[in-house]
Write a protein of this length. Structure first.
Lengths: 164, 164
DNA sequence: CCCTAATAGTTAGGGCGCTAACTATAGCGA
DNA sequence: TCGCTATAGTTAGCGCCCTAACTATTAGGG
């Protein structure tokens, strides 16, 4: 999964009269946010691709790993926790089963459902993948000073509130 | 196009020993950035979907609108400017032609190529769509103070530099 | 002039997201 | 006990991203 990250020529079009009177500086700030959003997601998507997983598969593996070892989750619960639809979760599980990372078992007490759990191979994959992933996550903000990080937290909290 | 925006249980897994010794606060900061990235992109993707376009189609329309009215662009140039591959641009143009927003003409001087330009309907669509789009973009940062915006600019510049 | 390499764009197929519709099963009320 | 509603998961098809491979055309060198 890749995200096109180039800027659109918004500022040039504003200068040519599209959009009426707008706060050009605010638009610039928004473009910088959008660009950072795409770069950041792209950075992690590229890491996932190197390990032959996708963002969706990563989320499934994380949710399953967070369970106790002998527990499973249903596709419906997984879909809800990850924020995708049930057809999508079926496809992600299909792929993870093919990769050998996940087991799909029929439920005895309710033949409509299936139980999804991590396989040993899946658990092992996550055990080896996660240290580098968490290092990469920690590394994202490591170039910022402590003051910048606090300022970023405050700003992002406000932004999230107004975008929801 | 939608992005699953739920958090993964990274902090819970770190507490259970996956990932070794990591800076938990840095990971939290990164998760907040990732969440904001998905919320922000999702916000604009939802706006595009309301107008029956996709992020990729929007980028195509923007690049074509930025041309002089009697100029066209080739699919290769469009793909390069937007940051997608040529098969992808073919599909986006197909869709925009179907929607009547774009014209695809054969080149007389080089029969390998085609010339892509905005149709009158496409120009009209953008003329009506862009004011709201620029307002929405300006609105994203409107809840921040001037100091917060400057701090955000500084932090995002540093982050972009370290992620590239 | 011919042949090879390069270019432009498309097609095929896959993965991942969706909606709509389907099949199979469970639950509940009359 | 039966019929209807609800639930679980899957399938079909579409759009958008990709890679690989293809067709058609152009350019250039021998």
């Amino acid at each position: 999964m890749e995200l096109p990250i180039k800027d659109t020529p918004s500022l040039a079009l504003i200068q040519r009269g599209y959009g009426g009177a707008v706060d050009v500086e605010a638009i610039s700030d928004c473009m910088q946010l959008l660009r950072l959003a795409k770069v950041l997601l792209g950075f992690f998507y590229a890491r996932f691709a190197e390990h032959d997983i996708s963002p969706g598969k990563y989320s499934v593996l994380m949710e399953l790993l967070a369970q106790e070892e002998d527990e499973s989750l249903s596709p419906s619960i997984l879909a809800e926790r990850i924020g995708v639809t049930r057809p999508t979760i079926t496809g992600l599980i299909d792929g993870l089963v093919r990769q050998g990372f996940v087991l799909r078992r029929n439920l005895e007490q309710d033949r409509r459902g299936v139980a999804i759990s991590l396989s040993d191979a899946g658990r092992e994959f996550m055990r080896s993948f996660l240290p580098g992933q968490f290092d990469a996550m920690a590394g994202v903000v490591s170039a910022l000073s402590a003051g910048q990080r606090q300022a970023l937290r405050d700003a992002l909290t406000t932004l999230e509130g107004s975008l929801r």
